[in-house]
Ligand binder design. Sequence first.
Ligand code: DGL
Length: 263
Amino acid sequence: MQSTDNTIGILDSGVGGLSVLLEVRKKLPHVPVHYIGDSEWCPYGNKPAELIQSRSYAVAEELIEMGARTIVVACNSATIHAVEALRARYPIPFVGMEPAVKPASQCTRSGIIGVLATEASIAGEKFHALLKTHIHPKGLKVITQPCPDFVTLVEDGMLSGPKVEAAVREYAHPMVEAGADTLVLGCTHYPFLRESIQSVVGPDIQLIDTGEAVARRTASLVEDYEGLATISVHTTGNLACLERLFPILCPSLPAHLHQITIA
Ligand code: DGL
């Protein structure tokens, strides 16, 4: 595919960032997109910060080679540990995403917020800075919960059913029982489980993610002129897996699927 100056690159540890690609597509239907899911290294969420950073560099470089002129870091873990370093290293805009703590702090009525995110995100300094700015001064309470099984389930294309419900009960019920009325879906894999999560926790609990806000920010940086609007989705993992998963996660979205190796 030829590159144009509105070509967008999107990266994630795996297929989770496709939830952000779907939002970006709604706002920018005509831009060419290269997506890389670093599935060979998935999950990022249990990896050390240095490794998340070095993989983010490698994947971002590949996207730039492919022609990306704006990169969306569609991974909370990679944003928390690598987005500043990426911005310092490459001369193009990077749109990051972090758990929706700020919007949650504005919506909660009980004053208790549950944050579902990866272990790496919860441990990151950037996440603690968010709490310091938006939670502590208002006297709100945050309960954090890493959800590694959610990533595995989405990577397996399992978005509903007894296994998903059991995982939701394990991760989300204790937060709701502790009084949380707002749950932050702080990892880009989790929005694919939104309906299952909502059906287990009930309609009174608000679920918040930042996919739409990130797409809005991206649309403010990139012009949506008519041109090559191809979507290419690349995996560093197994192509047959991606071919099975993609129609489950992005039904009826036309895209070219590829396997790539990134050292
Ligand atoms: N989707 C990613 C995030 O938003 C990472 C999930 C993982 O690889 O652990 O944090």
